[in-house]
Ligand binder design. Structure first.
Ligand code: PLP
Length: 394
């Protein structure tokens, strides 16, 4: 029996009749007011549509230099090792923890939401002994409890989240970072939802390693994680007894490409970095002081406007994170209807808002007014749509 001839590739494609992207029915335009991504500015989208060059092309390396310098300004640091990691925020988290921790090391993690919990999981997988210092969701970390745990445990690394996207709490990093440094610990800070929306001062606060995400207050496409490590952190990596378990995230190897040598490590995502370059330029043109005020004013308008519809903020005023507001649902939106209401906002009005995560699922909405979307007109669009949907509901 003869084996049948394989079908030529052109014929297979023809049979599948896959439409080209340009033939696909129009993609929806959404107002992204969830926990991220936020909408990218047209400058960012236009930059991403530019023709490709190679990742070692002098013109690209020049642009990369500029991106790295702009990130230093935004992070508030002189750290030479500052770069856009080619992966999302979770990879930035993993890069910090797997480089700074060796099996058997002690990591102390402050947890008051999903992302502190994720840090603890990553540290455990890196083989560290992990101490969790937990605070209720919706509240900042308890500085006294962190101080006691640091004094008792003398951890190698202390890690916590600056802007907890699962709860809308902004943590003041100064005291915990000082206590940790005084005890000889390295300090890791998650800045995924803070960079570009609230003040970040890595050097002023004494942070050794920090990471962010391109898709939140920077209003760029998801997939890049701005990452910065101090000399103290790099020294710890150099003195490791065991190799970093991840080849891709090993900062000594990443330094070959992002440092002065510019040797191949992996193929950098050219288009995404074009977009990030455009996004960073917009942030710096506006200036952080003005941007911080804009985020604050938009969040205040959101709380006032949706307050009239019965939505109450979960977090005390002094601990609120302007780019992400967590709102408790009013009695007019029972937990079993909230997902359907969000779906109607999306399908009928093109507006995305986020539901609660973990223990807050079904109880709160998470409304992001991040980067380009931290504007009163975004608040107004959401409020008008919500009013209409609530009226239709009752
Ligand atoms: N940390 C925080 C505080 C976040 O909000 C997120 C994502 O929402 C992450 C880490 C993970 O980032 P990514 O989803 O880009 O991997």
């Amino acid at each position: 029996m003869s084996t049948p001839m394989p079908m030529p590739v052109e014929r297979r494609l023809e049979q599948a009749r896959l439409p080209l992207m340009s033939e696909v029915s129009e993609l929806p335009i959404r107002l992204l007011l969830g926990p991220g991504p936020s909408n990218a500015h047209p400058d960012v989208l236009q930059a991403m549509a530019q023709p490709l060059v190679g990742h070692l092309d002098p013109s690209f390396l020049e642009l990369l230099d500029q991106v790295q310098q702009d990130l230093r300004v935004l992070f508030g640091t002189e750290n030479r090792f500052t770069l856009p990691l080619s992966a999302p925020g979770s990879a930035g988290m993993e890069a910090c923890l797997v480089n700074l921790l060796e099996p058997g090391d002690h990591a102390l993690i402050g947890i008051n939401g999903v992302f502190g919990g994720r840090m603890a999981n990553v540290a455990e997988r890196a083989g560290a002994r992990v101490t969790r210092v937990e605070s209720p969701w919706g509240q900042p970390l308890d500085t006294d409890a962190m101080a006691r745990a640091i004094a008792e445990g003398e951890p190698d690394v202390v890690a916590f989240v600056h802007a907890e996207t699962s709860t809308g709490v902004q943590q003041d990093p100064k005291t915990i970072a000082r206590l940790a440094r005084d005890a000889g610990s390295l300090v890791v800070l998650d800045c995924v939802t803070s960079l570009g929306g609230v003040a970040v001062e890595l050097d002023g606060w004494g942070i050794d390693a920090a990471y962010s995400g391109s898709q939140k207050c920077l209003s760029c496409s998801p997939g890049l994680s701005p990452l910065s490590l101090s000399e103290r952190a790099l020294e710890r990596v150099r003195s490791r007894k065991t190799p970093v378990q991840s080849w891709f995230l090993d900062v000594s190897l990443l330094d070959g490409y992002y440092g002065s040598e510019r040797i191949y490590h992996h193929t950098a995502p050219i288009s995404a970095i074009y977009g990030l370059a455009a996004g960073l330029r917009r942030v710096l043109q506006e200036g952080m002081p003005a941007r911080i005020v804009r985020h604050r004013e938009a969040a205040a308008a959101l709380i006032a406007r949706l307050g009239k519809l019965g939505f109450e903020p979960l977090v005390n005023a002094k601990d609120r994170l302007p780019p992400l507001t967590t709102l408790c649902l009013p009695a007019s939106v029972p937990p079993n209807t909230e997902a359907a209401l969000r779906a109607r906002l999306l399908s009928g009005h093109g507006i995305e808002v986020g539901g609660g995560l973990g223990q807050l699922a079904g109880k709160v909405w998470r409304v992001g007014l991040m980067g380009e979307n931290a504007r009163i007109d975004c608040v107004e669009r959401l409020a008008v749509a919500l009013e209409a949907e609530l009226e239709a509901l009752h």
